[in-house]
Ligand binder design. Sequence first.
Ligand SMILES: Nc1nc2c(c(=O)[nH]1)N[C@H]1C(S)=C(S)[C@@H](COP(=O)(O)O)O[C@H]1N2
Ligand SMILES: [Mo]
Length: 446
Amino acid sequence: MNSDLRIAGRITPAAEAPKPPSRRRFIAGALAAGAGTVAAGRAAAQQRGPVEALGIDGPGESAIVKLPEHTRGLGQPVAARGYGLPSKWEKGLQRRESPGLTRVSAASVSFTPLQGLFGIITPNGLHFERHHQGWWDIDPSQHRLMVNGLVSEAKVFTMDDLMRLPAVSRIHFIECGANTGMEWANVAVPTVQYSHGMLSCSEYTGVLLSTLLEMCGADLEHGKYVLAEGADGSSMTRTVPMERALDDVMVAWAMNGEMLRPENGYPLRLVVPGAQGVSWVKYLRRIEVGDKPWHTKDEVLHYVDLMPDGTHRQFTSMQEVKSVITTPSGGQVLLDKGYYNVTGLAWSGRGRIRRVEISVDGGRKWREARLDSLVLPKALTRFNFDWVWDGSPAILQSRATDETGHVQPRINQLREVRGTRSIYHNNAIQSWRLADSGEVFNVQVF
Ligand SMILES: Nc1nc2c(c(=O)[nH]1)N[C@H]1C(S)=C(S)[C@@H](COP(=O)(O)O)O[C@H]1N2
Ligand SMILES: [Mo]
């Protein structure tokens, strides 16, 4: 087996890490609970005998004698950990760096283990990271945000100043523009963690940028753009059109109920719902109002799309409609034929997800998945799909449509327009090939 698979969290845990409850066992348990066929029931029994699971050895044995330690003894005291941590059995689920992707890991990416997560919220400790110049843990009492440029009154805010202002809390996804970028030319990585894991979704709390712009008297007649600047050494400066800035852009200090993590921009970051991650400037220290785009290095040299005719597309910040099946996905192994809940995530920078369709035959027939959890604008949307696997090879795909009518393209449709030399904005339909052995592989279907 490919060694990459061994470092992919819930799929196959690292050799030294305790084995997490695998998706396999989870499914086996669900089947044993009633829905399973005879074959599936037998497989479940091999994983963990139902009798043994109750702590009873067999006829004649007293159940009490065999009760497990955790039923008989005294458990751990409260506040043994002032800040709670996941179970030791979950140690295999980690953010992972793609080895050799960049020369130094201070300018690299760690990927979210999408295959091991549930619902739509990414736990803060598993949020993907993208740093151009490493991360910092900045003293919030020293941190300042300046708003200047085409404003009637430039201001400098402390964190205390900002946190007194009217706040909003909103759930949004963040996706790096380079997510799935390695798949432009060919199949490149084995698992969904590496193909789609520059993607996370959180509840952010902060003040709307429009509130700050109003407080500083932004000149909206001439001020058509804002520049966001970070306080790290990467000179991460990005132009945001005023229309977007006044809409739903936030200056956020909190993520999922607590202050931002240092890796994600503590104590302050820009949240630009629907736009590629690079616009979400971390360690935010300055907002400037101006009358034209700045054409900074990260807008001219990087984050441009190389087109087949040799020209570059610039300022393509919209994250278009996209989806991916997270289970079953590359590197996972299905236990046996029978029932599976096919599940995954869909999202669009343009608004809500309207529909997700699933194909199990490589795109010939499509059937609608259930969107029976939260469906929010510019947020991850969880889909589920009932499927009975007959044990024969299959190709699983998901295709999302957003509320503006945009439909996720096939990889060859995208290549016809964009060629194969892009890095950014690959929102193609993802295909997973399920072999009759139950193993799942990343493939491309044209
Ligand atoms: N100050 C600063 N902001 C930054 C970056 C950075 O390197 N420095 N990286 C950008 C990029 S390219 C992305 S994809 C997102 C990643 O955010 P995350 O690390 O919280 O996942 O932050 C953006 N904001
Ligand atoms: Mo990014």
